[in-house]
Design a protein around this ligand. Sequence first.
Ligand SMILES: *[C@@H]1O[C@H](CO)[C@@H](O)[C@H](O)[C@H]1NC(C)=O
Ligand SMILES: *[C@@H]1O[C@H](CO)[C@@H](O)[C@H](O)[C@H]1NC(C)=O
Ligand SMILES: *[C@@H]1O[C@H](CO)[C@@H](O)[C@H](O)[C@H]1NC(C)=O
Ligand SMILES: *[C@@H]1O[C@H](CO)[C@@H](O)[C@H](O)[C@H]1NC(C)=O
Length: 255
Amino acid sequence: MFAAYSFVILSLVCAASCKDGFLPDYIEPCNIKSENFTECIKEQIEITLPKFTKGIPEMDVPSIDPVQLSNIEIDGNGLNLSFSKAAMHGLSDSKLTELKVELGKNKSAETFSLAFKGNMSLTAQYVVDGKILILPIKGSGDALVKAQGIEVWIEAKLNHHKDDNGEHFKLATPKYRYTIERTTFDLKNLFNGNKQLAETTLRFANENWQQLMDELSPPAIKQIVRTLVKTINKFFSKVTIDQIIKGYNDDKEEN
Ligand SMILES: *[C@@H]1O[C@H](CO)[C@@H](O)[C@H](O)[C@H]1NC(C)=O
Ligand SMILES: *[C@@H]1O[C@H](CO)[C@@H](O)[C@H](O)[C@H]1NC(C)=O
Ligand SMILES: *[C@@H]1O[C@H](CO)[C@@H](O)[C@H](O)[C@H]1NC(C)=O
Ligand SMILES: *[C@@H]1O[C@H](CO)[C@@H](O)[C@H](O)[C@H]1NC(C)=O
């Protein structure tokens, strides 16, 4: 995601000329030969993350805050729960917590891993029917799921891809894992608006949030990671490696 930094600046400043992959002067790509190469990349991602996630319309890069999710359906364990029109908010406020880049040494075994942490919330239309453990739950309406302290680690291979402009990075075979500190559910209109029933059940659901999240978070996180990787790769496809990493191809550079 270090590339994101360049991407944002690039698109803000040179909407037209950037088609050719021109980078404005003040972008300072990190030098792979520098001792603190990783530090440099980390710094750039930190600066960029909030802007990048908001999208760059000039370059057809969609906002990933919110991330629009396709429908999530849980069906089993006596509980049917579906979310439609789901959107995950909060990526742009998340913080980079870890970064590791393995670059240059063996160009066919390069990797890029990072972790980010934040508070995110999911908005959706829900339909639920069944039981949470022992308590019946039934209803449909607006859902707000707040996941506090959600941290996601992503590790991917950095493949190379050549086109007319040169050589580009491409994240491949991303693997990920995540942890969540706490989740609260707010499901409006449970039991057709019967407040007493709804309150009891919601309180129970929130006390047993882990149970629900075991089902709910895997499909949601999977989609978030996929969207993020896709967006980063869109950036990579527009800039060459030489433009974003100084000294990467020193052996064959003309200047
Ligand atoms: C990298 O190291 C140089 C020299 O040691 C230092 O001046 C610079 O601030 C460092 N940059 C980062 C991002 O740590
Ligand atoms: C570079 O990585 C590839 C793929 O993992 C491996 O097959 C190859 O042996 C590595 N080369 C060196 C010099 O380590
Ligand atoms: C998430 O929310 C908690 C509790 O409100 C807060 O202490 C924490 O700083 C927040 N984390 C981030 C990354 O915003
Ligand atoms: C859940 O949905 C399935 C069909 O997808 C249905 O057979 C089952 O009875 C439903 N269970 C509950 C508790 O509504």
